[in-house]
Ligand binder design. Structure first.
Ligand SMILES: [Zn+2]
Length: 93
């Protein structure tokens, strides 16, 4: 998916659990404004959310390369088997 993002410095939102490599990314959201979110499966508060560049997040989790392209407004959730399932969501969690 990320080969479609032309600027590797595109920023994105990531939770502190993923950033600290405590947990894997299990939820991706590409919102209607073009912003990206990468979260684990825990509940999050606004203070848990950090800003990174796309190139940093792909270095953190190599399984992101297996995720298909997400259009605006689409989300992807990783199953226990590591398969990314895409769905359209009207809002982020
Ligand atoms: Zn998290």
């Amino acid at each position: 998916m990320f080969q479609d993002i032309k600027n590797p410095n595109t920023y994105c939102f990531v939770c502190s659990h993923v950033l600290n490599q405590e947990r894997q990314i299990s939820f991706i959201h590409h919102d209607n404004d073009g912003d990206w979110q990468f979260l684990c499966d825990k509940e999050h508060e606004i203070k848990d959310i950090k800003v990174l560049s796309i190139s940093e997040i792909t270095n953190l989790d190599k399984t992101l390369e297996l995720c298909p392209k997400l259009d605006y407004g689409q989300s992807a959730e990783k199953s226990k088997k590591g398969i990314w399932n895409i769905f359209s969501a009207s809002q982020a969690c």
